[in-house]
Each structure stands twice: as structure tokens, then as C-alpha cells.
Design a protein around this ligand. Structure first.
Ligand code: HEC
Ligand SMILES: [Cu+2]
Length: 368
């Protein structure tokens, strides 16, 4: 296989120039590659890059700030648009000047050495003022957006307490409803999230609804927003908080007024006691016997507060910070080995026997 073209008999092309009275010749390498000598990873480099770029064009994008679904998110999206347009303008002006200069003043054979300039006061003042002005054009709308999105909530806002835990989210509604990971809010109503942490610093973010905000132990931060379309919005913890930080997801479910009222009423109700001798009854016994009651609250059964409130766990569509769907086999898998599902999870393996597991899972699923 021919790897390199052999150097021909004719002398290689060279550029001759005179520098400080001496004659200098620059030779350019003339080796050329045949196609079969190009390794595959290099010949397909552009293909790989193109494939990666095209992959970015797919969808869906459940966490895109470019598809805002609240006034808050729309403010941020608008600011991004403004700054992006301004930056495109700067980019085009700079590139045009650059290309013009490179082409217009390129070296030509026999051309005289260009005139040297040292210092140009007017130009220097101009290119100091221009970027400062550009920054002012960025700063003014940015500060306006900060004030708009940080404004205190109106008095009639729905206040929901958010407590971050390693690695799940607790939500406390007025009236005593407590749930985990899936935040229900009513369409169009202003919601005031009062956020604090039970352990380390976390950060709450559902990109289509609002910007990131740190959730800090011993301190209350707020997010005030009103969602403007019904749906499901994905989010996650965005401040590194330990082993399962990446598994600390969340979802915001925007409900119609009636759906939200129905949801709240169902969550506020005490779950029905299982029928005597039913599988759910055996499950509830196991729930007590295996010590689940020490960490979990089920209204009327237990008062544990280390783990998520399970009073209506059967009504949630996911468990463990959105890691698993709350189907029976998944519940079993979780209880069997929490750390196997979620590294570092703070729920211990309880050594539940298979028989008890079936009953336990049936009980949890009955908690609608
Ligand atoms: C030492 C405390 C502790 C004990 C005991 C415990 N859990 Fe947990 N449990 C947790 C914690 C903490 C989580 C949250 C883990 C996470 O998502 O990171 C959790 C999560 C769960 C979840 C998922 C809830 C959700 O909505 O995400 C279920 C279901 C559950 N536990 C059931 C049980 C059952 C059944 C038992 C008894 C066999 C039990 N737990 C015993 C601490 C405990
Ligand atoms: Cu976190």
C-alpha cells in the first residue's frame, strides 16, 4: 500500500523573501496522502460531527427553556432572545471586519511592507466604549428580568412548602396535604414555593416553568410562578448534593382547577382501612412489622418523617424521585434493594420475605 507520494524530481515549491537584508526560502511539505492511508476515524470525522449535530435536532425536549410554559419562563426566554440577537449582531460586524481586513490586506508577491502604526487614541477609546455600551444593553433587560421574576408573591398566592432531602422532594400544602416528588399546581394560579432543605444545599429547577433556585438548609428561598398550560413538566435537582444527585428528579403537574380540587380532596382524605383478612391487611401488618412505620407516615397508621409520606403513594405515578414508575414490580424492586436502584439511597434493605412483599406492595398500591 502506498502511504506517501514520493517526493518528485522537481524542487518543492518555496516562498522566497528578503528579511533584514538576508534572503530566506520557506519550503512547504509536499507529502500527500492517498485515500487508503487515511485512518477511518479521520476520514469519517466530519460524518461523526454531522451525526452528533443532527442528533441535537431531534426531540422531544422535556426540559427546554426555549419552550416556556409560565410568565416567569417566558421572561427568561425573552431575555435570552434579546441577548442572542444582540450577540449575533456583534458577531456579524466583527466577522465582516475581520474577513475584510484579512482579504484586503493579504500578502501579495512583491508588495511593499505595510505601514506600521503604534497607538491610535481615537480607535482605542472607541473600542473601549463600544463593548461597555453593549454590556449596558445586556445589563438593563437582565436586571429588569431579575426584578420581575423575583417579585414577592401576591397575598392570594397558593403557598406550597418545598423541603429538599437527599434525594427526594417533599411538598407540604396548606390544609396538611403532604406528598413527594410530584408537585401538583392549579392552572393559571400564582404559586409561591417556600423552599428549604433538611440536609445539604440542593437546587430546584423545572426549566419550562421557572429558573433555578438554591434550596438551602436553615433558609427559605422562593419561586413565584403561574403555569399557563396544563401538562407535565420535568425538572431535577441542579446543585450537586451527593451520591444520587443525578437521580433527584421532580415533576410539576399542572392541573385544571377542577382536577386540582379533586386531587387536593383525595390527598386530604384518610385512606380507607383495609378489609379484614384481605391481602392489603396483611400488607399493613408487614408495614408495621418490618419497621417501615419508623420512617414513613401513613395517616392513621404511622408518623415517621425520614422518608416520603406514603399516605397516598398509590396515587403517584413514579417513586424514588421519579426513578421508577410506581407499578407493582417496581415497588417490589425498590423495597427489595433501594441502593440497587438508587446509589446511596437512605432507605435500608429491610429483608422483606417474598410473601410479605406481595402483600406489602398490594397495600401500598391500595393507598390511592
Ligand atoms: C430508615 C428509614 C426508612 C425505612 C425503615 C423505610 N424507608 Fe422507605 N424510604 C426512606 C427514604 C429516605 C426514602 C426516599 C428515598 C429516595 O427517594 O431517595 C424512602 C422511599 C420509599 C418509597 C418511595 C416513595 C416515593 O414516593 O418515592 C417507598 C414506596 C418506601 N420507601 C417504602 C418503604 C417500605 C415498604 C418500608 C418497610 C419495608 C420502608 N420504606 C422502610 C426511608 C425508609
Ligand atoms: Cu439535590
Amino acid at each position: 500500500m502506498k502511504r506517501h507520494a514520493t517526493l518528485g524530481q522537481s524542487p518543492p515549491p518555496a516562498l522566497t523573501a528578503s528579511v533584514d537584508g538576508a534572503t530566506v526560502r520557506c519550503f512547504f511539505p509536499t507529502t500527500s496522502r492517498t485515500l487508503d492511508a487515511v485512518p477511518l476515524y479521520r476520514s469519517s470525522r466530519w460524518l461523526t460531527l454531522a451525526a452528533l449535530a443532527v442528533m441535537g435536532c431531534g426531540g422531544p425536549f422535556p426540559q427546554s427553556t426555549l419552550a416556556p410554559a409560565s410568565g416567569y419562563a417566558r421572561e427568561i426566554d425573552g431575555l435570552f432572545g434579546t441577548v442572542f440577537k444582540l450577540m449575533m449582531l456583534v458577531f456579524v460586524v466583527v466577522e465582516v471586519l475581520l474577513l475584510f481586513t484579512i482579504i484586503r490586506h493579504r500578502h501579495r508577491p512583491g508588495a511593499a511592507e505595510p505601514r506600521h502604526t503604534h497607538g491610535h487614541t481615537v480607535l482605542e477609546i472607541a473600542w473601549t466604549i463600544a463593548p461597555a455600551l453593549i454590556l449596558v444593553f445586556v445589563a438593563v433587560p437582565t436586571i429588569q428580568t431579575i426584578f420581575k421574576t423575583q417579585a414577592p408573591a401576591p397575598a392570594d398566592a397558593l403557598k406550597i412548602q418545598v423541603v429538599a432531602h437527599q434525594w427526594w422532594w417533599e411538598y407540604r400544602y396548606p390544609g396538611g396535604v403532604v406528598t413527594a416528588n410530584e408537585l401538583h399546581v392549579p392552572l393559571g394560579r400564582t404559586v409561591d414555593l417556600e423552599m428549604t432543605s433538611a440536609d445539604v444545599i440542593h437546587s430546584f429547577w423545572a426549566p419550562r416553568l421557572f429558573g433555578k433556585r438554591d434550596v438551602i438548609p436553615g433558609h427559605t428561598n422562593h419561586i413565584v410562578f403561574a403555569a399557563d398550560s396544563i401538562g407535565e413538566y420535568m425538572g431535577q435537582c441542579v446543585e450537586f448534593c451527593g451520591a444520587s444527585h443525578a437521580n433527584m428528579r421532580l415533576r410539576v403537574l399542572v392541573d385544571s382547577d377542577t382536577a386540582f380540587a379533586a386531587w387536593t380532596a383525595a390527598q386530604a382524605a384518610t385512606p380507607r382501612a383495609p378489609a379484614k383478612n384481605s391481602v392489603e391487611q396483611r400488607g399493613q401488618d408487614a408495614f408495621r412489622r418490618y419497621g417501615c412505620i419508623g420512617c414513613h407516615t401513613v395517616t392513621g397508621v404511622s408518623t415517621g418523617i425520614i422518608g416520603p409520606n406514603l399516605t397516598h403513594v398509590g396515587s403517584r405515578t413514579t417513586i424514588a424521585g421519579g426513578m421508577l414508575p410506581s407499578a407493582a414490580d417496581m415497588l417490589g424492586k425498590w423495597i427489595e434493594n433501594p441502593q440497587g436502584v438508587k446509589p446511596g439511597a437512605l432507605m435500608p434493605r429491610m429483608g422483606v420475605k417474598p410473601d410479605d412483599m406481595t402483600a406489602l406492595v398490594a397495600y401500598l398500591q391500595s393507598l390511592k
